[in-house]
Design a protein around this ligand. Structure first.
Ligand SMILES: [Mg+2]
Ligand SMILES: [Zn+2]
Length: 206
């Protein structure tokens, strides 16, 4: 069966991933989910080579902050190179392992391997990746922050009912920046903004 025929995201969860349903803290997000390419790591189109994985500035600091607060972190990533036949599942996994080694561990990974024409529900801007990651973590989408670099990340967050934070790069379009619910100059600032927004939602102190 091809990846496109299944139309399900690839989801993997860390063995010791926390369950936020068990330990909710209303002043903090249930989870923070990151786009991979152009957000956590330099965007290398259709990258299947772990040696080309390069973290973006302040990614490690942003993740340290979240892990220090006990907030689950995850990755939600479109990898249409699989559907195009340019990437194998093993290559996507090899890149994931390198990202995990450099910036991990992540509590959940949700990857869409499909093409736009596959009509799946997971390819961003659809909400499926965000919802699948939330479900595995026991996180409420409305209490989850999604950090990304383009408009489709923000649209996926909105469609899932989550809080979107845009961290633009040089390829982010002006319209995407103007339309984002929140924007920040780098990942650490973006995460702080997301924390503050979740604290405000219920009147908690960020
Ligand atoms: Mg991206
Ligand atoms: Zn998909």
């Amino acid at each position: 069966m091809s990846a496109g025929a299944a139309r399900e995201p690839w989801v993997s969860v860390a063995a010791d991933a926390p369950d936020r349903a068990a330990t909710p803290r209303e002043d903090l997000p249930d989870a923070v989910l990151f786009d991979r390419d152009g957000t956590l790591v330099v965007d290398v189109p259709y990258n299947g080579d772990p040696d080309r994985v390069v973290p973006l500035p302040s990614a490690a600091e942003a993740l340290d902050l979240l892990r220090g607060l006990g907030i689950p972190v995850g990755v939600v990533s479109n990898q249409s190179g699989v559907g195009r036949g340019l990437l194998t599942r093993e290559q996507v996994c090899a890149v994931r392992r390198r990202v995990d080694r450099l910036l991990g561990p992540f509590d959940v990974w949700a990857v869409c391997p499909h093409l736009l024409d596959d009509g799946c529900g997971c390819r961003k801007p659809a909400p499926g990746l965000v919802l699948a990651a939330c479900e595995r973590l026991g996180a409420r989408p409305s209490r989850t922050v999604v950090v990304g670099d383009i408009g489709s990340d923000m649209a996926a967050a909105r469609a899932a009912g989550a809080q979107g934070v845009l961290v633009p790069t040089t390829v982010t379009l002006p319209d995407e920046i103007a339309g984002a619910p929140m924007t920040a100059p780098d990942l650490l600032a973006g995460v702080r903004l997301g924390l503050a927004a979740c604290g405000r939602l219920l009147g908690g102190v960020p």
